[in-house]
Every structure is written in structure tokens, then in C-alpha cells.
Design a binder for this molecule. Structure first.
Ligand code: DX5
Ligand code: ZN
Length: 212
């Protein structure tokens, strides 16, 4: 299992050392939650901060856009040179165009499903993406409770992936901990995002290895 700690739960007054700590502790990606106060009722960080994070992170960035007008935001974050940019399927009328645009910037495109959104919507976009991000909480805040029915969704997404694009990864985001990691692994998750579980622990290395 690959692990992507979400810096949303980091100590923002010491963001630089927090990012260095999770990289040294062996994380695989640094998960960045970008919220615009419109798509979700919360507002987080923009490119000024993320460029600084990119400059010190020794692991690739995994940017999760929770925004309206995602194309505009993609342009803002291209200079941060992330590995992935994830965009919500609920927000995009022209998702295929946006996915192609992300790939043309040299960034791996990923599509996010909110808890209520059916995996059936992936059918025609799956061949063009590198990752599906399954939200296991409602987006907007760290520290929420894992929605149990999302295990079944991960299993269903895995089956569609096997049929349509076996190289596509599955990432799960929200409420991930040592309590649900085994079920997520079994259902087919490749990467887990963990905010409060990692940053709330006193030993980042131990928390990351327990998920791995
Ligand atoms: C929620 C974010 C998550 C969140 C995860 O909108 O997308 O990445 O920070 O935090 P935990 O692991 O605490 O649920
Ligand atoms: Zn996220």
C-alpha cells in the first residue's frame, strides 16, 4: 500500500518541517487539498504556498482539487510540477477535455468520486486516466469518520478498472486509519490518503508503516 499524508492536518505554522518529516518518514506522495470555498465549504491553500512545499518535498505531490472552474486551478498548479492532479467528476461538464489538458501539461490525471457519486460514471473516462480517487468522507474537512459503504465502492471500481484500464490506480481519501486499512487493501486500494491519522500521531514513521 502506498501512503499519501494530507498536509491539511499538518501544523501550518511549521509547514516546512512537517513536509520534510513525512518525506523522511517514508511517505510515497504528499497529498495537497486545494479548497475554494465554493465547491466545498472550506478554503485552504493556493499556489504560493504549494510552490514552496514542492521546493522542499523529496516526494512527489498529489494535488486534490476541490474547486469550481478546475481548468483555471490546473493552470495555477502546473508550476508545482505535481505527479497527479485529481478533479471531481461532479463539477465538470467537459471532463474528457480537462483530463486531456492535464495530461498535456505532463501531469497524470485522476478523477474523484464523492461518496454519493456512482462508479458507473467512470466507464468512458477510465481509459484516459491514471487514477480514481474514491472519497470516503464528504470533502471539505480533515478528521471525519470513514463511510463504511465506500469499501464496496472500492471493490466495484477495482472491477471496472480490471475491465477497462488495469494500470489505473485507486486512491482512497478520508477517515483512513489502522482500523480500515486491511479492508481497503483487500478491496483493491493502491494508495491511501491519511491526514489526521498520520499528523495526529507522535511517530510519523510508525503511522505510515502501519498503513503500508
Ligand atoms: C477531505 C480531504 C482529505 C482529508 C483527509 O476533504 O480531501 O484529504 O484531509 O483527512 P483525514 O485523513 O483526517 O480524513
Ligand atoms: Zn484530499
Amino acid at each position: 500500500m502506498l501512503v499519501a499524508p494530507s498536509i491539511l492536518s499538518a501544523d501550518f505554522l511549521n509547514l516546512g518541517s512537517e513536509v520534510s518529516s513525512i518525506c523522511e518518514a517514508g511517505c510515497d506522495y504528499v497529498h495537497i487539498d486545494v479548497m475554494d470555498g465554493h465547491f466545498v465549504p472550506n478554503l485552504t491553500i493556493g499556489p504560493v504556498v504549494v510552490e514552496k512545499v514542492a521546493a522542499i518535498a523529496s516526494k512527489p505531490l498529489d494535488i486534490h482539487l476541490m474547486v469550481k472552474n478546475a481548468t483555471f486551478f490546473v493552470d495555477l498548479f502546473v508550476p508545482c510540477n505535481p505527479e497527479f492532479i485529481s478533479v471531481h467528476i461532479e463539477e465538470e461538464k467537459h471532463l474528457h477535455r480537462l483530463i486531456s489538458y492535464i495530461r498535456n501539461q505532463g501531469i497524470r490525471p485522476s478523477v474523484v468520486l464523492n461518496p454519493h457519486t456512482s462508479e458507473d460514471l467512470l466507464k468512458y473516462i477510465l481509459p484516459d486516466i491514471d487514477m480514481v480517487l474514491v472519497m470516503s468522507v464528504n470533502p471539505g474537512f480533515g478528521g471525519q469518520k470513514f463511510i463504511l459503504s465506500m469499501i464496496e465502492k472500492v471493490r466495484n471500481v477495482k472491477n471496472i478498472i480490471l475491465a477497462k484500464n488495469p494500470n489505473c490506480l485507486i486512491e482512497v481519501d478520508g477517515g483512513v486509519s489502522d482500523k480500515n486499512i486491511a479492508s481497503l487493501k483487500q478491496a483493491g486500494a493502491d494508495i491511501v490518503v491519511a491526514g489526521s491519522y498520520v499528523f495526529g500521531s507522535s511517530d510519523y514513521k510508525k503511522a505510515i508503516s502501519s498503513l503500508r
